[in-house]
Design a protein around this ligand. Structure first.
Ligand code: NAD
Length: 360
């Protein structure tokens, strides 16, 4: 079967990573019909927008996309293209596995954690009111009237909506992922002792959902501050973690750090029937066009895509090939060498070549 996939080349180091990933994915023997799309700052001048409508149309049509990083332009009035794609397509689940690979320098071994982050609600919903604006003053007055609590008049306000609907969807996603991937436990993480009506609601809904998986998947709860310490001290006791948007964003970087950094951290944004796969890292503009950065994170996002497409054999072989190249430590990029200025480091495309060789 040939898979129709939207390939978004991104900007900064994006196009180099997209090309390396495309070549590696093709070398697995799986057949792809690529619909190559451009988005990001490089096409803003010609397209008038960093996210031309045909990019979203292509993803809607193909249902699966792999996306290289895209810069968030500063001072142009455009919000993040990455956030816009997630919102437009209702990609409510952000899935970020963190796994140790031999050869990646880290303070920890045997990390095997999965973050499931809610992607559409919480303080990231973009409902914000600027300090000093008339509508902000109006809102402050209303809140003071209703809540009988004082807010300083020179405050900015960000709204944190957390719904039963959104929470149920994300917690179900976490449990279903745990079942499908033979994991043992889901930990729900919030600050419900302080935010009773948002984070408290998240727990309440999570407990109800967890009842459907009793006997199959264990369920537990942790507070986010405690969880940060626990993950640093004993990451081996955790498995799948489900969190509202903001905590999920922060904790997924912590977990990427435990496993060895951004160069190897893959991710996916998944909705009801659409999925967009992307690395956790950004467009690293200072390395643009230098054939320098590590393609592993986007290639491992490609491994996640293969699993989503039920190409399990190809996914296993590709992950093994990546692991082999990293473990050998020869044909790897600068960030995987003992010293960052190691002259034996290879470039993005040469590391992709080594992975292709290891696949054979
Ligand atoms: P970044 O992840 O692009 O880079 C930070 C540093 O991490 C780099 O300078 C580099 O030293 C290292 N790094 C990142 N990726 C690497 C790789 N593959 N191999 C080796 N080293 C790597 O973060 P930033 O500088 O904060 O962001 C740059 C731009 O990317 C911003 O505009 C930001 O908004 C955007 N961004 C996009 C995404 C996305 O597309 N999903 C995600 C995060 C940031």
């Amino acid at each position: 079967m040939t898979h129709n996939i939207t390939l978004i080349r991104g900007d900064g180091v994006g196009p180099e990573l997209a090309e390396a990933t495309r070549r590696v994915l093709e070398a697995t023997g799986v057949k792809f019909n690529w619909d190559i799309q451009d988005a990001g700052v490089d096409i803003m001048e010609t397209a008038g927008t960093p996210l031309p409508p045909q990019v979203l149309e292509s993803i809607r049509k193909n249902k699966v996309a792999i996306k290289a990083p895209i810069t968030t332009p500063i001072g142009t009035g455009f919000r993040s293209v990455n956030v816009a794609i997630r919102k437009e397509l209702d990609l409510y689940a952000c899935l970020r596995p963190s796994k140790s690979y031999a050869g990646v320098r880290s303070r920890y071994e045997n990390i095997d954690l999965v973050i499931v982050r809610e992607n559409t609600e919480d303080l990231y919903a973009g409902i914000e009111f600027e300090e000093g604006k008339p509508e902000t003053k109006k809102l402050i007055n209303e809140i003071e009237k209703i809540s009988k609590k004082k807010i300083r008049p020179d405050s900015g306000i960000s709204i944190k909506p957390i719904s039963k609907t959104g929470t149920e969807k994300i917690v179900r996603f976490a449990f279903d992922y745990a079942v499908e991937n033979k994991r043992k436990k889901v930990t729900a993480i919030t600050k419900a002792n302080i935010m009773k009506y948002t984070d408290g609601l998240f727990y309440h809904v999570a407990r109800e959902v967890a009842k459907n998986y009793e006997g199959k998947i264990e369920y537990e709860e942790r507070l986010i501050d405690n969880m940060c310490m626990q993950l640093v001290q004993k990451p081996e006791i955790y498995d799948v973690m489900v969190l509202p948007n903001l905590y999920g964003d922060i904790l997924s970087d912590l977990c990427a750090g435990l496993a060895g950094g951004l160069g190897i951290a893959p991710g996916a944004n998944i909705g009801k029937d659409i999925a967009v796969f992307e690395a956790v890292h950004g467009s690293a503009p200072k390395y643009k066009g230098q054939n320098k950065v590590n393609p592993t994170a986007l290639i491992l996002s490609g491994v996640m895509m293969l699993r989503y497409l039920k190409e399990t054999g190809a996914a296993d072989r590709l992950e093994k090939a990546v692991a082999k190249v990293i473990a050998e430590g020869k044909e790897v990029t600068y960030d995987l060498k003992p010293h960052r200025d190691d002259p034996t480091a290879v470039g993005t495309s040469q590391m992709a070549d080594a992975i292709i060789k290891a696949l054979a």
